[in-house]
Design a protein around this ligand. Structure first.
Ligand SMILES: [Zn+2]
Length: 120
């Protein structure tokens, strides 16, 4: 196995780090919107339909923050794999992942073949 060009990997690492900064900022902004994170809520005597609204708002926000958390984990994972030299190799079959695929999805851990097999 030959591995990837270190210059290319360095570019990927920088792009991932920038992406992570963006995702973390969005995560912080979203968390601030979560009504359950509002310290005033504890003393809030709002009517129950307002609570129901806050409940659904919380669910919506937490679904988005879960998604962002998963993105950060995928980025961290990719950064670790760049560091230890396993980046760009399919975790399933060990083949090199197509660079076109990595350009679109830099956090990809499997080659297209395995990804397709997984979905069946
Ligand atoms: Zn594979």
């Amino acid at each position: 196995m030959t591995g990837y060009d270190p210059v290319l990997l360095d570019g990927v690492r920088k792009a991932l780090e920038e992406e992570k900064t963006t995702v973390v900022a969005r995560f912080a902004a979203l968390s601030a919107q979560d009504p359950f994170a509002d310290p005033d809520r504890l003393t809030d005597n709002a009517a129950s339909d307002a609570d129901a609204f806050e409940e659904s708002n919380h669910d919506r926000v937490s679904a988005q923050t879960d998604e962002l958390k998963a993105q950060v984990m995928a980025i961290d994972d990719a950064l670790v794999r760049i560091g230890n030299g396993t980046y760009g190799f399919c975790v399933n079959c060990g083949n090199m992942i197509d660079t076109d695929r990595l350009a679109i999805l830099p956090t990809a851990t499997q080659c297209l073949d395995c990804e397709h097999k997984k979905k069946k």
